[in-house]
Each structure stands twice: as C-alpha cells, then as structure tokens.
Design a protein. Structure first.
Lengths: 194, 247
C-alpha cells in the first residue's frame, strides 16, 4: 500500500529534502514520544529511536530494499516500537506481557533482525557526531581509507600532529561509545554474527 | 588493554592490509591468543565500517538539526498560545510588528547588530579532551548535553560548581548566551584568565555578547585587541569589525 503521498515522502527522505523530512518529523514525533514516554523511556530515548528508525528507512531506500505492505506511517511506527521494545528488553526494563499492537505485528522478522543488527551502528554514529570539528575531519578522512600522509596533506596539519590527533580523537570516540548504556547492553548480550 | 598510538596504528594497518608481511604474521599470532586485542580489533573494524558511510552520517546530522529546530519552535512562547485565541494573538502580533518596523525605519537608526550576532555566533565547539577531571561522569554528561544543545541542563549542573576551569567556564558561558542570560555569560567571559589559552576565545565571545546586548561600541575595542593578538580568531574579528564600522 504505497500511496502517492507516501511515495513523495519516501522520495524526500532518500534525497534529503529538508522540508519533507521536517514535516514528517513534526507530524509523527508526538505519537512516538507518547509511546516511548509511556513505556519507561525519556525524551532522549524518543529522539534516538525516532532518528534511528528514520535512518533504517533511509538506508533501506538507498539499497532499494524497502518493502512496504502497509502505509509508510504504520511501517514507521512499527519500526520505532520494535526498536524501543528491543532496547527495553536488553535493558531488562520490560516485562513483555501485553498483546502486540497491530503496527508492531506488521513488521516482519527480517526487519526485526535488522533493527537488532544496526543497534551498534547507531551508537557509533551518535558519538561520532558529538566530536569536535577537527576530530570529525581527521577521522572521516581516516575512515575513508586515507593514509596519515594524505590526511596531513588535505587538512594542512603536520603529519605528526595528524597522527597525534587521530589517536586522541579515536580513543575518545571509543571511550564515549563504551560508556553508552546501549553499547554496554549489547556487550552483555552480544549479537550473533550474520 | 592500554590504548596507545602504536597499537592503533598497528590495528589500522592490519585492517587496511597495509602492514608488511612479517608484521602481519606477528600480529595474527598475538591476536590468536590475546582476547582483549581481538575485541579491540573488532571495535576498530565496526567503527571504520560504520563511519565510512558518509551519506548516512550526513542524514543523521540533518535529523539532529531538524530535531533542534523543532525543539526551538516548541520552546518559543508562541506555541503556548491556546488555539481559540491564536487569531487575535496573531493580529496583535502583526500590529505590533508593523509598529516596531515603523519605529526602526523612521525613528530609530537601522539596527542590524542582532543579525550580525546571528551571523557570527557559533557555540564554542566541544573539545575532544576535557581538561582536569576526565573521569567525572557528571562532567562527561555535561559535555554531552552541551554538544546536543541542551543548554538549560548544562547551566543547571555547572553553576553548582564554584571552581570551574576555563574550558568549562566557556561551556557554561555559551550555555547562558543560548538561554538568554547574557549578564551571567558576560561575567564568566570576563573572568577567564588572561594568561591561559582560552583568553582570546573569551574575548571573542565577550565581544559577541556585547553585540547581542545591542552595545556594539563595547565590542569594537575587544575586536581590535583580538586582531592585534593575531591568533585563531583574527579573521573573524576583522570581518566583524569591518561590518560594524560600516554601520
């Protein structure tokens, strides 16, 4: 069930159309907020889940693997709710007793596995974006496969400073990730390698 | 396992297949018996794989900006106006707006210092190292909140600490600027030691605070001082000074 309206939104998401994404964000956040706040979450959890679910949709669109058997809204709510239930379950905060809402059931088991698999990625991304501009620049170039020499050339720093900065930034990033409670929970219950 | 630049270089070389053959053999031998090293290599591997996807990072960043914009709108007093009265309120706002426009056009001199403030102000960026007590979880959380723009929370926590170092003073003062407590911000910027590395930064933000308070004349000597100091803020100060002198 992919309406013209949904099609427009999906196109807006994959092309990074700020107006369309902002409208989608504004229209759908209250529903997810209510769900998460009512189920042991806080405001930070709301933003994290909402954004991580949108990233999942974005990545599926980019790889042409999004299969919608319902409206986009129902699908999206299902992803958010599954994501939140998954985090709560790992955090042992949730006793899963209530019957599943319709939009949770609509999500097939492959997506549930994907949600689980991507949990670690969300933590990595979130902390990377909290680094200073210098750290992000140096590490981005490193992750794109550049040598220290290349990075020094691109940034204009000396090679020694680049190496020092790369180490400090990466260590600080790993430490922030390790301190994240979601990451800790993933470490306690490591995901199976696919 | 202690993290050192050498270990990082080796792991990166191993993952990017750029280590010399003999080093690969030695590294794999150690890897086979050292569980901590195995975990560390895995962390680096996932880190590199995840963060090399620049498109998704850009998308996430966009979402963070959108979220910040929406929060800003929600926190603005206009959203508190109840629905049945919004039309009346909007009409009053338009009338007031027209009045203010006339006041600025015909009575007051054109005043674009707020625009200049908007154009030049960027929050002092989060640094990758926290000076002093790095293990303090409260401070780590403050930095995290500062980075995500939760300035209220930053101010609530930091103002309880009597002896902040200059770096945290800058975070607090910037937070004050973002929650419209300019007087407090001003006093903190003035308080930053002239001997320390943050002195120039503090001068820059103090000059912007004056701008925000619509007292640009007080910004000018500070900007001149920054230009003479010839440091990281020289270019910005030169541009801002030029813009102010045009007024």
């Amino acid at each position: 069930m992919n309406t013209t309206e949904d099609h427009k939104i999906l196109e807006g998401i994959v092309s990074g159309n700020e107006v369309i994404i902002t409208t989608f964000y504004r229209n759908n956040l209250p529903y997810i907020r209510q769900y998460i706040l009512q189920n042991s979450g806080n405001e930070e959890d709301v933003e994290d889940v909402f954004q991580d679910a949108l990233i999942l949709v974005y990545q599926k669109l980019k790889t042409d693997s999004l299969e919608l058997h319902s409206s986009l809204r129902t699908y999206f709510y299902g992803v958010c709710k599954n994501m939140w239930r998954n985090r709560l379950r790992k955090n042992k905060k949730m006793v899963i007793a209530e019957s599943l809402p319709e939009d949770i059931q609509i999500i097939d088991s492959d997506i549930i596995k994907e949600i689980e698999r991507k949990e670690r990625e969300h933590v990595y991304r979130k902390h990377f974006l909290n680094l200073s501009d210098t750290c992000r620049e140096v590490l981005s170039l490193l992750f794109q496969g550049n040598s220290m020499k290349n990075i020094a050339h691109i940034t204009g720093y000396s090679e020694g400073y680049t190496r020092k900065k790369k180490f400090e930034c990466k260590r600080s990033l790993i430490e922030m990730i390790e301190k994240d409670h979601i990451y800790e929970e993933l470490q306690l219950k490591p995901e199976k390698k696919l | 396992m202690e993290r050192t630049p050498e270990i990082f270089d080796k792991i990166e070389g191993y993952l990017s297949h750029t280590l010399p053959k003999e080093e690969i053999v030695a590294f794999e031998k150690e890897l086979a018996t050292n569980q901590e090293l195995q975990q560390e290599v895995e962390k680096h591997r996932v880190l590199h794989k995840t963060l090399s996807d620049q498109d998704t990072l850009d998308f996430k960043e966009k979402l963070m900006q959108i979220s910040a914009t929406i929060k800003k709108e929600q926190n603005s007093p206009s959203t508190l106006v109840s629905a049945p009265y919004w039309k009346i309120a909007a009409s009053i706002a338009i009338l007031l707006g027209v009045g203010v426009l006339l006041w600025y056009t015909y009575i007051n001199q054109p005043n674009n210092t707020q625009d200049l403030y908007g154009a030049f102000y960027e929050p002092f960026p989060v640094e990758d190292a926290i000076r002093g007590n790095t293990n303090n979880e409260e401070i780590q959380s403050v930095v995290k909140n500062y980075a995500r723009g939760a300035y209220d929370s930053v101010a609530v926590v930091l103002e309880k600490h009597p002896n902040l170092n200059s770096q945290l003073q800058l975070y607090l003062a910037n937070s004050y600027l973002n929650i419209n407590q300019e007087e407090k911000a001003m006093s903190l910027f003035k308080d930053i030691k002239s001997s320390g590395k943050y002195y120039e930064v503090a001068k820059w933000y103090l000059s912007l605070t004056y701008l925000k308070l619509n007292t640009p004349k007080k910004s000018i000597p500070l900007l001149k001082e920054i230009i003479t100091y010839n440091g990281a803020y020289k270019d910005k100060a030169t541009r801002l000074l030029k813009a102010l002198e045009k007024k």
